[in-house]
Design a protein around this ligand. Structure first.
Ligand SMILES: Cc1cc2nc3c(=O)[nH]c(=O)nc-3n(C[C@H](O)[C@H](O)[C@H](O)COP(=O)(O)OP(=O)(O)OC[C@H]3O[C@@H](n4cnc5c(N)ncnc54)[C@H](O)[C@@H]3O)c2cc1C
Length: 504
């Protein structure tokens, strides 16, 4: 048994949540290890719907274009009816990008390609998941977490200031903490398999017997290697033959077609759908994120997205506290993210009911653009506003001009680990500059020009207003000219201290 030097954060599980957290910590210079008990990367397509809000997160993390390039938009769904007729319908409502929401529609990207792009980004930052390394035990005290890792036949003990369990629905970390995971088993078991096949075109998502929980079956074309994701409910009990022959027979039984032949199966699983939410997301120095904290039915494509956004919410807070921000900042993680997951569970379960009736359509609610942290202890408004954009809302994009005349997107200004303060037509420079805060002045004499009023109209600001945007792209504070002291106090509380106050 060996003992390594202490690290800041141990991340247990290199799925979408763990990889997101690792990228975020890596770019912040936090020391961490990302361990994964599997010997190789996961190879299934399962979480294939990437919602617009997650694309914004991916833009910030520097992977959006790679992920978009390895996927595509959702195809239409072709419904096959008993009488031999068929109908093509849009699965997602048409949604063009607009300046404040640059990603209009969700993308369809097999999960293993999303995770591959994340690992590539992590490599650019000088890190990699440690495969074949399982967390087998841990304990914590007021100072740190001591964890036992199994690597091959060896054991290693390490110390970390924090442990984050991103170890999936059966989370070892959650169970070791004895955190409850109440909810329900939804009485639906389904298969999901990545297959190659003959007999179906690749231009639509083929769905047979929509609405029947006994005979429904669907084939969604994936981008890679000409494969399809095959999905369908199966009986709650009994073995399912997931071989090519078994899936061909199941297909023939449900579609009446003998021309659809499954040629190969690269990954397959039969799973029971659950809707469960962890009783708490934090116990001392240990956190839960992603499926470890919530499991959803796949309807609506919310699980991976919610997992990525959990990690994105937690990453900057861990980094801030490790750099001296008050520990209480970490309490806002559960405060902000647990209620979001509770709503997602409701949404995904409702969509599952719609699917059972053959009525599932995915509207704006699945895109996650309206998720926010209104009412959070991190949301400050002085004075209180009656406007579209409030403290806690997602900070929308807008196109402005730099003082040098070039186009400037707000999202380009937000990109990176810093906070951003947007001062609108503020005459006096009253907020002290400090490390980790980018201050931009909009208006006459400022570094940004809003001559088409895009910023003013999107954020509904008046002269003298200041908008503080958090590192994760949400509005932290909105204060008017006379309330700079409240803003200074806020900045201090989240760890953004001036050189003069750094020691306090
Ligand atoms: C059929 C299907 C379709 C889906 N469709 C969508 C969709 O369209 N959109 C969407 O958003 N989501 C979807 N999901 C859900 C999505 O796949 C999950 O929400 C997502 O994978 C959760 O990511 P995670 O990182 O939290 O957990 P996981 O991906 O489960 O990763 C956890 C990792 O932790 C590792 N681990 C576990 N224990 C240990 C240990 N002790 N030590 C070290 N490592 C450990 C595991 O090996 C695993 O790699 C779908 C799921 C299914 C089944």
């Amino acid at each position: 048994m060996t003992e390594d030097d202490a690290i800041d954060v141990l991340i247990c599980g290199a799925g979408a949540a763990g990889l997101t957290l690792a990228i975020d910590l890596a770019r912040r210079g936090v020391s961490f290890r990302l361990i994964e008990k599997m010997d190789d990367p996961f190879q299934g397509s399962r979480g294939k719907g990437i919602q617009p809000r997650t694309l914004e997160v991916f833009e910030d993390l520097g992977i959006v274009d790679k992920i978009a390039a390895s996927g595509g938009y959702y195809p239409h769904q072709r419904e096959y009816h008993d009488d031999g007729s068929m109908r093509d319908v849009a699965l997602v409502e048409a949604c063009e990008p607009i300046p404040s929401e640059p990603y209009g529609a969700p993308l369809l990207v097999p999960q293993f390609l999303t995770e591959r792009a994340m690992r590539e980004r992590l490599a650019e930052l000088g890190h990699a998941p440690e495969f074949g390394c399982a967390l087998v035990a841990f304990e914590q005290d007021g100072q740190d977490v001591t964890a036992r890792l199994a690597i091959g036949g060896e054991e290693q003990t390490i110390r970390a200031s924090y442990l984050v369990g991103t170890d999936g629905g059966r989370s070892f970390v959650r169970q070791a903490l004895a955190v409850g995971f109440p909810g329900k088993t939804l009485g639906v078991r389904a298969i999901v398999a990545d297959v190659t096949l003959t007999g179906l075109g690749r231009d639509v998502w083929h769905r047979f017997n929509e609405g029947s929980m006994e005979t429904q079956i669907s084939f969604c074309p994936l981008t890679e290697k000409g494969s399809f994701q095959m999905q369908g409910p199966v009986p709650l009990e009994g073995d399912i033959d997931l071989s090519p022959e078994g899936l061909t027979a199941l297909t023939a039984e449900r579609t009446g077609r003998t021309d659809i032949l499954i040629q190969s199966v690269s990954w397959a699983s039969a799973f029971n759908m659950n809707a469960r939410l962890a009783d708490s997301y934090r116990v001392g120095r240990v956190f839960l994120a992603g499926d470890a904290a919530h499991t959803h039915p796949p309807t609506g494509g919310q699980g991976l997205n919610t997992s990525v956004q959990d990690a994105y919410n937690l990453g900057w807070k861990l980094a801030a506290v490790l750099s001296g921000a008050p520990e209480t900042l970490l309490d806002s993680y559960e405060e902000e993210r647990r209620s979001i997951a509770a709503n997602m569970l409701g949404l995904a379960t409702r969509l599952l009911e719609d699917m059972k009736r053959g009525e599932i359509r995915r509207g704006r609610e699945v895109r996650q653009l309206d998720i926010g942290y209104l009412g959070s202890s991190l949301s400050l408004e002085e004075p209180q506003r009656q406007a579209r954009i409030l403290a806690g809302n997602r900070a929308p994009d807008a196109l402005l001009k730099g003082a040098a005349g070039q186009p400037v997107r707000l999202f380009d200004l937000f990109k990176g680990p810093h906070w951003t303060l947007l001062e609108f037509e503020v005459q006096t420079v009253a907020v002290n500059p400090r490390k980790g805060l980018h201050i931009h002045s909009i208006g006459q004499g400022g570094d940004l020009i809003d001559n088409e009023n895009r910023f003013r109209d999107t954020y509904e600001v008046a002269s003298g207003d200041r908008i503080l945007v958090r590192p994760d792209g949400y509005v932290g504070a909105i204060v008017s000219q006379g309330n700079v002291a409240a803003l200074e106090a806020y900045l201090h509380d989240v760890g953004l201290k001036t050189r003069a106050t750094a020691g306090r």
